[in-house]
Design a binder for this molecule. Structure first.
Ligand code: MN
Length: 247
C-alpha cells in the first residue's frame, strides 16, 4: 500500500523513472501521477538541494500531495528551505543556492515554499502504528508526541551527532544499532549508504542518488526494494557513506 522513497535531492529524472517502474501512471494534463492499485508514495524528506532539478521535484511533489497520492516527512534540507523562505538568515550552502535560483526562475514564491514546508510533519505513523517514517532518527517513546512539535524536531530531522570529523562534517551516531525494540518498523533516510540496510527493524533507504548512488523505493508491506541508478554524480559527497570507515 505504500512505496517509501529515499532522499530525492532534486533528482527529478530518477524519481519519475522510479515511479514508472513501480507502476505509477501520469494523470492526464497534470504534472502528477497515481497508482492504479491506490498505492501511495511516502517520502523520507530532503526533496531539494544537491541535484539539479529542485523546482520540478518541488512542483511534482506539491501536486502529488494535493491529489492525495503522496505523504512526506520533513528532512533537514526541507527545514532549512523553510527557514530561508521565512526570511531567516541561512547560508546558501550544500545546493541551497541552486534551489533558490531555480525556485525563483520557476516563479515559486517564498510564501508558497514556506506553506509547503510548514505542513510537513517530523514523523508519520502509518498502518495503525506498525510503520513509522522519519527523516533521520527515531525514538519509540515519540509515538504519542505531536509530530509537528519542537520536542521531536531535532532528533527526527537531524538525528544524534557526536562532535565533528576532521573534515568538519558532523559525526552521526548509528542510533539504530542500539534500538531495543524490533517493532514498529521504522523507515528513514538522511545517511547515504551503498546498500539498503535493515537493523533492529530500522530501514535506511537513502542510497545517495545525488552523490551518484541510486534512488530507492521500499514497498510496504511487501518490503521489496526497487532502485534506479543515478544517471551521474550530481554532487560530490563530502561526508562518509554508511556507518563504517568508508568516507
Ligand atoms: Mn539528505
Amino acid at each position: 500500500m505504500y512505496d517509501i522513497i529515499g532522499d530525492i535531492h532534486s533528482c527529478h529524472d530518477e524519481f519519475i523513472e522510479l515511479l514508472i517502474k513501480l507502476g505509477y501512471l501520469w494523470i492526464p494534463n497534470r504534472f502528477s501521477m497515481f497508482h492504479p492499485d491506490k498505492r501511495k508514495v511516502v517520502l523520507v524528506g530532503d526533496i531539494t538541494d544537491r541535484g539539479w532539478h529542485p523546482a520540478s521535484v518541488f512542483q511534482f511533489v506539491e501536486n502529488m500531495i494535493e491529489d492525495g497520492n503522496l505523504l512526506m516527512v520533513k528532512g533537514n534540507h526541507d527545514d532549512k528551505l523553510q527557514r530561508y523562505a521565512k526570511g531567516n538568515n541561512v547560508k546558501l550552502l550544500h545546493g541551497l543556492d541552486l534551489t533558490v535560483e531555480r525556485m525563483e526562475q520557476a516563479g515559486i514564491s517564498n510564501e508558497r515554499i514556506f506553506n509547503f514546508c510548514n505542513k510537513l510533519p517530523h514523523f508519520l505513523v502509518l498502518d495503525g502504528g506498525k510503520l513509522i517514517v522519519v527523516h533521520a532518527a527515531w525514538k519509540d517513546k515519540y509515538i504519542d508526541e505531536d509530530p509537528f512539535g519542537k520536542r521531536v524536531r531535532s532528533w527526527c530531522i537531524f538525528g544524534p551527532i557526536a562532535g565533528q570529523s576532521a573534515s568538519g562534517m558532523p559525526n552521526r551516531i548509528d542510533w539504530a544499532k542500539d534500538r531495543i525494540n524490533k517493532t514498529p518498523i521504522v523507515v528513514h533516510g538522511h545517511q547515504p549508504i551503498r546498500e539498503v540496510r535493515c537493523i533492529n527493524g530500522v530501514w535506511n533507504i537513502d542510497t545517495g542518488c545525488a552523490f551518484g548512488g541510486a534512488l530507492t523505493a521500499l514497498g510496504y508491506p511487501e518490503m521489496d526494494i526497487i532502485s534506479i541508478n543515478a544517471k551521474q554524480v550530481y554532487c560530490q559527497r563530502e561526508g562518509r557513506w554508511g556507518y563504517g570507515e568508508e568516507t
